[in-house]
Design a protein around this ligand. Structure first.
Ligand SMILES: Nc1nc2c(ncn2[C@@H]2O[C@H](COP(=O)(O)OP(=O)(O)OP(=O)(O)O)[C@@H](O)[C@H]2O)c(=O)[nH]1
Ligand SMILES: [Mg+2]
Length: 332
């Protein structure tokens, strides 16, 4: 679950396994290939006839695993994303005072006081130039692609420039995915316990107000403001639609029983020529050297309606019929 299956050549999404027990047919096997026991009857218990199988489809696919979370933590390294995750869930991510502490995404489940729950994903921090591969690059952003809400974590303790950080991260986000950059964000101003100078925070608050973005002041270290933040997240998640996040899937529809008579009959130089996909499929399953197989072939020619068509066209005893490469003499 969480795996997106893409066509390696076109990049198109074939299936998005986002639901429990979801089943998708990615490649259709060739029809036929039934063994002789399949053709046994009461009088013919060990037929020496079996069916050759058709070739199956071949396709190169990419399997991409994406985490499924409701909320994604976004921000520069060292701003406190993992600390937030560790405070609101029972996840135990590595936390340290240096950049790129988190090297792999982490998930945690938040259980709110209202009895509901949601999943938060913590990903490695991103920095300016990430879209060009600086730092850990943007490779982990795919893990928050399917979240419904982003918590944009910003360090307002005074050692960084909050407004600049806000724009830088959003710029990188946009370079990665226009769609993800439009996802709803809540600004989380972290480390207020260590805030000496409020200038940076005040500028950020002004920006948030002007752009109608919600902002929460917290300290992940002391827990201050977390309760209010969680209450708001759980409310926002209730309001946000779920289906919006699903990948657009190019559905490949296969029908297993496809018995349309796709054949063509025409007369060329006095010979009745029969071809088309149905005939190709049938021939692929028949062994012309085997009598019983030949009998099976004739039965199916009748079933497909080829015989009726030939009669309509005026076929007579002794005429030649050509099934793609095989020539037969017609007799009733
Ligand atoms: N004073 C203070 N320090 C904090 C707060 N939150 C996190 N820290 C510290 O900031 C440092 C970085 O915290 P992390 O949670 O590892 O930061 P991160 O954003 O996950 O960093 P990366 O995984 O490197 O991207 C740690 O030393 C934390 O203890 C806070 O609210 N106040
Ligand atoms: Mg971290």
């Amino acid at each position: 679950m969480g795996t997106v299956i893409k066509d390696a050549n076109t990049g198109k999404v074939i299936a998005d396994l986002s639901k429990e027990n979801q089943k998708e047919l990615i490649l259709k096997g060739g029809r036929g290939g039934r063994g002789n026991s399949h053709f046994a009857t009461s009088t013919r218990q060990a037929p020496n006839f079996s069916e050759d199988g058709e070739k199956g489809d071949e396709k190169e696919i990419i399997l991409e695993l994406k985490l499924i979370a409701d909320v994604g933590l976004l921000g520069f390294p060292n701003v406190g994303k993992s600390t937030i995750l560790s405070m609101v869930t029972s996840a135990k991510p590595k936390i340290a005072d240096y950049e790129f502490t988190t090297l792999q995404p982490n998930l945690g489940v938040v259980k709110t006081e209202f009895g509901d729950s949601f999943v938060i994903a913590d990903i490695p921090g991103i920095i300016e130039g990430a879209s060009e591969g600086v730092g850990l690059g943007l490779q982990f952003l795919r893990h928050i692609e399917r979240t419904r809400l982003l918590l944009h974590v910003i360090d307002v303790s005074g050692i960084r420039e909050p407004v600049k950080d806000y724009y830088t991260i959003n710029e990188e986000l946009k370079k990665y995915s226009e769609k993800l950059s439009k996802r709803k964000q809540i600004i989380v101003a972290n480390k207020i316990d260590a805030m000496q100078d409020e200038t940076g925070y005040n500028e950020l608050e002004k920006l948030a107000k002007e752009n109608n973005i919600e902002i929460f002041k917290i300290s992940a270290a002391t827990g201050q403001g977390l309760k209010e933040l969680l209450a708001r997240i759980s409310q926002v998640l209730k309001e946000l639609p779920k289906e919006e996040i699903e990948e657009s899937v190019e559905r490949v529809v296969y029908t297993l029983e496809d018995n349309k008579p796709e054949f063509d009959v025409r007369i060329e130089d006095g010979v009745y020529v029969v071809d088309g996909p149905a005939i190709e499929r049938l021939l692929a399953r028949v062994n012309m050297e085997d009598n019983e197989s030949l009998y099976y072939f004739q039965k199916n020619i009748k079933k497909l309606g080829v015989e009726a068509r030939l009669k309509e066209m005026g076929i007579k005893e002794g005429d030649t019929v050509k099934f793609i490469i095989w020539e037969f003499e017609w007799y009733e």
